[in-house]
Design a protein. Structure first.
Length: 309
């Protein structure tokens, strides 16, 4: 009644705050505190009093001196502090309606303005392990596969509104993609084209998870685990293939050597002089390694050697 009568005019600062209004009060240049709805009065005769009235219906409270305001006594009764870590974004919702995205840093929202919540979404690149997937190939061989999916959240709002858990949704889509891609291939084709399988998996996952606000960066098959009996069979097959390849190489080398000898024999046959030179080279090699005496008779070999020289 005193405040409404005007008796405090010039003596006090009177604040009549509505339900959606809040006041920030400074006394002598220092922050004094926050005031909620109601009637408030501050003496101004001996102090410099300044007040700032804000609308709490905006939910998010922004102020250049926010850390100082949050540290004041009683501030947490009206304000709820929110910290968004680096590499993340905070999605602000009021009564189920999205209001804004909060960048990394310190933020605050007003209390008592409906159901307000902030969802934190990690925007950094992450890895999803898809392990222990038992899949049957087209030739009815059961394998156990371990895959890695590298991804990041490209659209935070869709990641939290389109699916209940975007990481679980990605894991489920990766399982389905593995079955779709591996189940249509035979074992030999799968082992020979692991890179091609990974590329097809990546394309399938990208198209399937784009609606979840996710960006698939890479997909790789880490392990292909075969049953014990299948390992023995493949080892025997590989050993037989390698033995056949070795035998084929040996036969090719023998054939090449025989073909070379045949060509040499034809050359010697067509040129007796070359044949004699070859004989002398052999005698020279034998003489170097053994005590060899060569006796040249008259006519015969001596004449042929002289003529050759």
């Amino acid at each position: 009644m005193i405040a409404r009568s005007g008796a405090l005019a010039g003596e006090a600062l009177v604040l009549d705050l509505k339900d959606h209004e809040r006041a920030l009060v400074w006394v002598d240049g220092r922050f004094h505190g926050l005031r909620g709805p109601g009637l408030h009065a501050f003496w101004t005769a001996f102090h410099e009093v300044r007040a700032e009235v804000v609308d709490a219906r905006l939910v998010r409270f922004e102020h250049p001196e926010l850390p100082v305001l949050l540290a004041a006594p009683g501030a947490l009764a009206l304000l709820k502090p929110v910290t968004v870590e680096a590499g993340s974004v905070g999605l602000l919702f009021q009564d189920g309606r999205h209001l804004a995205g909060l960048p990394p840093g310190q933020h605050a929202v007003w209390r008592g303005e409906g159901r307000v919540r902030v969802l934190h979404v990690d925007l950094r690149e992450r890895v999803c392990d898809v392990t222990g997937q038992e899949i049957m190939t087209a030739d009815r061989v059961t394998l156990r596969l371990n895959a890695l999916v590298t991804f990041r959240v490209a659209d935070p709002l869709r990641a939290v509104t389109e699916v209940e858990d975007h990481l679980q949704a990605l894991h489920r889509q990766a399982q389905l993609a593995l079955r779709a891609v591996v189940g249509t291939r035979e074992l030999d084709a799968l082992l020979a084209e692991k890179d091609g399988v990974a590329r097809q998996l990546e394309e399938t996952l990208r198209s399937a998870t784009a609606g979840f606000g996710l960006e698939v960066r890479a997909v790789g098959i880490r392990d292909v685990i075969l049953p014990g009996d299948m390992k023995e069979i493949l080892n025997r097959v590989t050993e037989a293939k390698k033995a056949a390849e070795a035998a084929l190489v040996t036969r090719r080398e023998e054939t090449a050597a025989m073909r070379s000898q045949a060509n040499t024999a034809r050359i010697f046959e067509s040129s007796p002089t070359l044949m004699r030179l070859r004989e002398l080279e052999v005698l020279e090699k034998v003489a170097d390694k053994a005590n060899l005496t060569v006796v040249l008779g008259e006519g015969g070999l001596a004449d042929r050697v002289v003529k050759l020289l």
